[in-house]
Design a protein around this ligand. Structure first.
Ligand SMILES: Cc1cc2nc3c(=O)[nH]c(=O)nc-3n(C[C@H](O)[C@H](O)[C@H](O)COP(=O)(O)O)c2cc1C
Length: 174
């Protein structure tokens, strides 16, 4: 039976939640990476992602300028790196270098791939809408890459406050 409550109280029950890394590259060639939990597939043909990205994030600024980005699914071994990417701004630091996140060149965009991610999706910006308080960034996938190690599992946010961990199938994972 359901008990009526507030949206914020009910949202505490949504975990585990997927988390992705979004990479970008500035005009002067510096790469950046941020963590994003507000992500969904927005179209299958053509494949598209929609991301909720705060307009105060450096990533938002770089996407509006360069019109491209990469969506990477971090592996469950990348909890520390993902937390770092999600709690520091690339305005004043090189998060790839400081967190030890490996990068590989993408095929069609300047933003880098995340070397140890389960999968990477190169995206070009389609549109940004703002139905509520958060800009929704829509990107069309122009190239995709998957890690050769198919046993790698995805990282999830396991609780409010950005607690991160792997989620096994037996615990309700994908
Ligand atoms: C697990 C996790 C999920 C996050 N999800 C989002 C999100 O969906 N949208 C957002 O704007 N920020 C999110 N953040 C916060 C950003 O990653 C954070 O503000 C980051 O420092 C922005 O980096 P940038 O300024 O280099 O772009 C999340 C952080 C963590 C740790």
């Amino acid at each position: 039976m359901q008990k009526r409550t507030t949206p914020s109280e009910a949202l505490l029950r949504k975990y585990p939640e997927q988390v992705v890394l979004v990479t970008t590259r500035s005009a002067d060639g510096r790469p950046n990476v941020m963590a994003v939990g507000w992500v969904a597939i927005a179209s299958s043909d053509p494949p598209m992602f929609v991301l909720g990205i705060d307009d105060g994030a450096y990533t938002y600024e770089l996407i509006t300028r360069t019109k491209e980005f990469v969506v990477a699914f971090p592996s469950e071994r990348m909890a520390r790196e993902t937390l770092f990417a999600g709690s520091h701004s690339g305005r004043d630091k090189d998060k790839f270098a400081e967190a030890g996140i490996g990068a590989e060149p993408a095929a069609l965009v300047k933003a880098p791939l995340v070397a140890d991610a389960v999968a990477n999706f190169e995206c070009v910006l389609v549109e940004i809408s703002r139905p509520g308080d958060c800009p929704l960034v829509m990107g069309k996938v122009v190239a995709a890459h998957a890690h050769e190690d198919t046993s790698l599992r995805r990282l999830y946010t396991t609780a409010k406050g950005h607690t991160l961990g792997g989620v096994r199938a037996a615990a309700g994972g994908e």
